[in-house]
Design a protein. Structure first.
Length: 73
């Protein structure tokens, strides 16, 4: 791990976490509460998987919209 330890607050936005991880070039970041206690571990892989899921859902919605011919066909 890097020193000092790079952490993210439990209430932080995922985009902020991804940006911080990208800038610091880390793949894992502890999630901490207000007292600095570690609650879990965030991974770059998980953030990217979540982003890919959102993009897949948006692509499906756009494909459905483009294929919709209207009520009259």
């Amino acid at each position: 791990m890097t020193a000092p330890m790079i952490t993210i607050h439990v209430d932080a936005d995922p985009r902020e976490a991804k940006q911080r991880m990208w800038e610091k070039r880390v793949r894992h970041m502890p999630i901490v509460d207000g007292d600095g206690r570690v609650l879990g571990m965030l991974t770059m892989r998980r953030l990217l998987e979540e982003e890919a899921d959102v993009l897949r859902s948006e692509a499906t919605s756009l494909e459905n919209y483009a294929a919709y011919d209207g009520a009259t066909g």
